[in-house]
Design a protein around this ligand. Structure first.
Ligand SMILES: Nc1ncnc2c1ncn2[C@@H]1O[C@H](COP(=O)(O)OP(=O)(O)OP(=O)(O)O)[C@@H](O)[C@H]1O
Length: 237
């Protein structure tokens, strides 16, 4: 397993008018690890990922993948797979057609499509229109899309959102398999329990700022994981 930092976030800040969505955030993600970016709703997770993926410009600071800002990566689909919003699919396309269209756009051989459908357990639904897919199926199709270019890095925004217990178990197994294949994964969640079993390391945000980082058991200390998380993220309801 490589120990080099693959994702580097350095003094990253994003301001929108009066809102500071991300405030001087720095962290690194080591190659071959699964890292959870955690925080309550509105703590800046999505904004951080959007800056990492070149979808929002930092006000100050820098975010790089493999040492380069996303925009400077020569063949991004082969380097980074991302899922930011699993709801965005053309509802009339079948799962297989969706992947074929994206394979073409990413210059990936379409022979990869069936293997990916099998990998995310959508073989039986390959000819079904995406508009008829459940949320869990759409999440899995989004993961297959992210994997089209066989990237070594995955960036996943709230991949467990809306999944039932079977879906969450499936996701955990999927993430373990990605790590076993040597991929580096950054995923966000506002529910620590969803991801605690699979992440090597967590980065905890509150109001755009880093409030803790480390292994899950370090974050928990002597109390329960949930108490520590709620205390750190300022959610004491
Ligand atoms: N385009 C934008 N314009 C103005 N404010 C924004 C914009 N994007 C995000 N924000 C604000 O920045 C803050 C952080 O939002 P962000 O979506 O990054 O948080 P999050 O941790 O991903 O939340 P959630 O779990 O709800 O998705 C929020 O106060 C949000 O309202």
């Amino acid at each position: 397993m490589a120990a080099d930092p693959v994702i580097e976030v350095d003094s990253l800040t994003k301001r929108y008018d009066k809102t500071t969505a991300v405030d001087g955030l720095s962290f690194t993600v080591t190659g071959g690890s699964v890292v959870g970016l955690l925080g309550a709703n509105g703590s800046g997770k999505t904004t951080t990922m959007r800056m990492l993926l070149g979808l929002a410009a930092p006000t100050t600071g820098r975010a790089t993948i493999g040492g380069r800002p996303y925009a400077a990566i020569p063949h991004p689909a082969r380097e980074v797979g991302a899922v930011l919003d699993a709801a965005q699919f053309h509802p009339g396309r079948t799962g297989r057609n969706h992947l074929r269209v994206f394979a073409k756009a990413a210059d990936v051989p379409k022979t990869r499509v069936d293997a990916l459908l099998a990998q995310v357990d959508l073989e039986d639904a390959a000819r079904k229109r995406v508009g008829k897919y459940s949320l869990g199926m759409r999440q899995r199709l989004a993961l297959a899309t992210a994997l089209l270019g066989d990237p070594r890095v995955l960036v996943l925004d709230e991949p467990a959102n809306g999944l039932d217990p079977h879906g969450i178990r499936w996701l955990r197994d999927f993430l373990r398999a990605q790590r076993d294949e040597g991929r580096t994964v950054l995923l966000s969640s506002h529910v620590l329990a969803e991801v605690a079993q699979v992440v090597d390391h967590v980065v905890v945000l509150a109001k755009g700022r880093l409030v803790a980082q480390g292994a899950v058991d370090e974050i928990a200390g002597t109390g329960t994981l949930e108490d520590a998380f709620l205390k750190l993220t300022g959610d004491t309801r």
